[in-house]
Design a protein around this ligand. Structure first.
Ligand code: IPE
Ligand code: IPE
Ligand code: MG
Length: 252
């Protein structure tokens, strides 16, 4: 069973076991080149492919990518449609390759507003790759950290109506079992490209003790070299989880 970082100090290695990325800056990458924003999203997919490969090689166990937030529906309709089409095309084209690489793919988020074709592709991709163990790739789509906590709370209440009379019995370990990424440890490293320094409703529960790394590179320009720079920075962090430096130094 996975233990929460607020309940137990996790083991830390040189390479993050779980890397979570906000892939930001596709639109600005394109605008800078006088291209439509959509061209940036197309290039962004290529950067996803590179990141998956680089993380696999470096021994990352869990890679989680924020592809579409629950707030991204606010964008112009043409951009939203293009993103949905791109998602469909990418699943159609890439799942075989991911499967060959031993990647297990999961999509988290509220999938109910997606068109049936997309929902079918998601289900098929998850089933097809379910036996893989090299890298756990999670794509967050129509995902919001607050949505996740709420849906966890609702599902817990549904499964355990008795808890309404015994609220003290609800603890972190119980609630986290209902979060959409209950299969993964909390992220060790978070990367956001594109220069903004905010969480934008990503994994708000799970980022409690994650090391936060911000890069000014736009996502389409982010490759293995930039991932290595982030990992180099990560290695210099002292992860204290509430303890003192002296305690960290003494740990076995
Ligand atoms: C991230 O790039 C991709 C999605 C949110 C789908 P953006 O589209 O947010 O790019 P910028 O931030 O406008 O440059
Ligand atoms: C966050 O990027 C969501 C994704 C990368 C999918 P946004 O570009 O939508 O975030 P804000 O709106 O600038 O905070
Ligand atoms: Mg953005």
């Amino acid at each position: 069973m996975l233990r929460s970082t607020t309940l137990a100090v996790p083991e830390c290695a040189d390479v993050p076991r779980h890397l979570a990325i906000i892939m930001d800056g596709n639109g600005r990458w394109a605008t800078k080149r006088f291209l439509p924003r959509t061209a940036g999203h197309v290039r962004g997919v290529q950067a996803v492919r590179r990141a998956v490969e680089a993380c696999g090689r470096r021994g990352v166990e869990y890679l989680t990518l924020f592809a579409f937030s629950s707030e991204n529906w606010r964008r112009p309709q043409e951009e939203v449609s293009l993103l949905m089409r791109l998602f469909i095309q990418t699943l159609e084209k890439e799942v075989s390759k991911l499967n060959d690489q031993g990647v297990r793919l999961r999509i988290v988020g509220d999938l109910s507003p997606f068109e049936p074709r997309l929902q079918e592709l998601i289900q098929a991709a998850e089933q097809r790759t379910a036996h893989n163990t090299t890298l756990n790739l999670t794509i967050a789509a129509n995902y919001g950290g607050r949505w996740d906590i709420l849906q966890a709370f609702r599902r817990l209440l549904q499964a355990r109506p008795d808890l309404a009379n015994d609220p003290q019995a609800v603890d972190e370990s119980l609630l986290t079992q209902y979060l959409s990424m209950s299969y993964a440890p909390e992220p060790d490293l978070f990367i956001r490209t594109g220069g903004e320094q905010r969480i934008s409703n990503f994994l708000v529960w799970q980022l409690a003790y994650t090391e936060l790394y911000f890069s000014d590179d736009f996502w389409p320009d982010f490759g293995p070299k930039e991932i290595d720079a982030a990992f180099d920075w990560y290695r210099t962090r002292e992860r204290r989880f509430g303890r003192t430096s002296a305690q960290v130094a003494q740990q076995p």
